[in-house]
Write a protein that binds this ligand. Sequence first.
Ligand code: PEP
Ligand code: MG
Length: 570
Amino acid sequence: MIQGIGASDGIAIGKVYKYEPVEVVITREICQDVKAEQLKFDHSIKAGIEALEILKTKTENEMDAETAAIFGAHIEILRDPELAIAVADKIASEQVKAEYALKTVSDSFVAIFEAMEDAYIRERAADIKDVTRRVLMILKGVQSKGLSEIDEPIILVAKDLTPSDTALLNRELVLGFITDIGGRTSHSAIMARTMEIPAVVGTINGFDQLDNGDLVILDGVKGEIMIHPSEEDIQNYKEKIALLNREKSLWQACLGQKSTTKDFKDIDLAANIGSPEDIDGVIFNDGDGIGLYRTEFLYMGRKNFPTEDEQYESYKTVLEKMGEKPVVIRTLDIGGDKELSYFDMPKELNPFLGNRALRLCLQNMDMFKTQLRALLRAAIHGNLHIMFPMIATIDEFRKAKAVLYEVEQELEMEKIVYSKNYQTGIMIEIPAAALLADVFAKEVDFFSIGTNDLIQYTFAADRMNEHVSYLYQPYNPSLLKLIKMVTEAAHKEGKWVGMCGEMAGEIQALPLLIGLGLDELSMSAPSILRARYSLKQIDSIKAKGLADMALQACTQEEVKVLMDAFWNGK
Ligand code: PEP
Ligand code: MG
């Protein structure tokens, strides 16, 4: 048995297919004809861009704009004249072949980037490597063995899967995947959930333990891989898969129904989105609203800030398409691991504890006001909720509100059409804000609990680091107490509380979250109907009993036992 992190629900039974990227070996070779070599290089860049355009469109159609933006950024690298000039110079000055010139130029860029302290710039080095590899393969005529060769149903095993790899996976043939690297909030894990492919990540040395052709059972819920299962194991798991398929048709039957518990308590089951293109998936899955629109993706994968009008159009589209349903739009949350290539941010030793999100917006007033103007103008088109991220103190919230007020005045003076008909809330991501929720509750219209960050800051454990992933403990009573403080404080003031971190989409946790008093849960769109179906089986009074017991527990394991008992006893 191999234990990893369950990254995408579902069970797969199949044979292992180990995937290792092909090595492209480049040596220094002199060329005969400099002009021909430069032409060859130009063609390879063109072919690389064409391949990436196809991949980008495929990703846009089959996944989401947020993921597709990664390939947009790769195209930008290939279009960068600095790269083309440096390679052309190298070919001409040293009379070397294009592949060697490209490899050395790219290596020098990568070395500079990798030496930077800044995590974002280091990540750009990985992008340059990925793109260079793509062009080198074209230049050397190397066929990408591996993913494209899969022609039968398999379980893919890799040390790591890049976003390019994951986007290429054939959903019909790849029954599931296993990677040594990553956690629940890493790129490949988030993509697997959107693609509905069962996955286990963070197995650390699973790749070395498995051989091509090994029969395995992958349990994406428990994060377990069973090697050489017995006939009996296979039979048991086949029954589980059949049950899961029957359940899926029950979930579908919840389309168009209200999201209520067994005793008719209304809970909004909303969706997290990254761009207006994601709305169709939300409508398809009948979401009760948008619980989190991460606007930072509008700012990424481009060369300059989106204008007020561009932003207005995006917000308007989302608000209009959702009609009267609530739409929570979060103001820009950059910094930490999310940076903008065109915005110069000072290097920091601890970017996750540094100048990010609202802190950064309050220090860059033009950028902040542009977004707020676009939001207030778009407010006339629907049910807008503006949400500020990374709030630690009430002063920060008051300052943000004051800027909102200033923006209203400016629009008024300029006689620009806007609406004051919107709600204002904050994300609870920092323990300081949870502890002072009673103070905030008097001034905000709503809260949304961002458990991804709240867990990271409560346990002092970097959410991107698989070595401390055991501290991602959503059910630890310490976190549950913080959640309870927030819901109690909000309800005392007649305000509502949502949750938009990954925890909100954990079906197993549904009774616990209802019992803790959450009014809204926001998750990836494909999870909504399953949550609606499960909600109908939960009695809210019994759920409250479960939460009370969980709050008395000492460990996350104890809480998991209580949750299992709840589901078994219903
Ligand atoms: C969170 O922190 O839980 C959250 C929803 O925000 P993000 O994942 O974008 O940081
Ligand atoms: Mg967050």
